[in-house]
Design a protein around this ligand. Structure first.
Ligand code: MN
Length: 181
C-alpha cells in the first residue's frame, strides 16, 4: 500500500489534513481518537516511513483477555501523526484527537514489514497512556485482532479509553477540539 490511496480519498483544498511528503524511519506510533460516522481509534505504526494503520472501533485495551477488532485501513503519511483537529467534510469528516503517541520496539527478530506480510506483529509500546507488548494478528481480509500481551504492563482493571480521554498533545477533550475549530 502506498499513500496514493490516502491522497486519492481526500480533497486537500477543503481538508486540514496533511497531504504527506515526509519520509523518515523513526519507530513512532500514534493512536488518534476519531469521531467520524462511527467513533473509533486509529492505531498507526511508522513502518518504513509510512503510518501503517488500523481502525479499532472499541479502542485498545490493557486487559490481555480482551481481543479488539482492528480493521486495516490505508497507509497514512508520517505527518499525520501530528494531526489533531476537525475534518470539516469529505472522507473521514469529524474530530480527530491525538489520544496517545510515543515510540515502539519490534519484539520479533524479523523486520516489521516481514511481520506485516506474515500477518502477525508484536510491538512494545512506550506511550503516555499505553505501555508494554501488543500483538496484532491478521484474521481475514482487512480484519486483524489487537490484543494486549501478558506482561507487567497488563492491567485488567484499567480502562484508559474511558478514564483518560484527553489529548496527549494539547490536553483537550474531543468537545474542546471541536469548539476550537
Ligand atoms: Mn479514522
Amino acid at each position: 500500500m502506498s499513500i496514493k490511496e490516502y491522497q486519492k480519498k481526500r480533497d486537500f483544498r477543503t481538508s486540514p489534513e496533511p497531504k504527506g511528503s515526509k519520509k523518515k524511519q523513526d519507530n513512532n506510533f500514534v493512536i488518534q481518537q476519531h469521531d467520524a460516522t462511527n467513533l473509533h481509534y486509529d492505531f498507526r505504526l511508522n513502518i518504513d516511513g509510512v503510518l501503517v494503520s488500523w481502525a479499532v472501533p472499541k479502542g485498545p485495551s490493557t486487559d490481555p483477555s480482551v481481543k479488539r477488532l482492528a480493521i486495516r485501513t490505508e497507509d497514512h503519511p508520517l505527518e499525520y501523526a501530528d494531526f489533531e483537529g476537525v475534518i470539516p467534510e469529505g472522507y473521514g469528516a469529524g474530530t480527530v484527537m491525538i489520544w496517545d503517541r510515543g515510540t515502539y520496539r519490534n519484539l520479533k527478530d524479523k523486520s516489521m514489514s516481514a511481520c506485516l506480510d506474515d500477518g502477525h506483529l508484536t510491538v512494545w509500546l512506550k506511550g503516555k497512556k499505553l505501555q508494554g507488548g501488543y500483538a496484532l494478528t491478521h484474521t481475514d481480509k482487512d480484519r486483524w485482532l489487537l490484543v494486549k500481551m501478558d506482561d507487567d504492563k497488563a492491567d485488567a482493571r484499567r480502562k484508559p479509553t474511558s478514564t483518560q480521554n484527553k489529548s496527549v498533545k494539547t490536553g483537550r477533550t474531543m468537545k474542546q477540539i471541536e469548539d476550537d475549530s
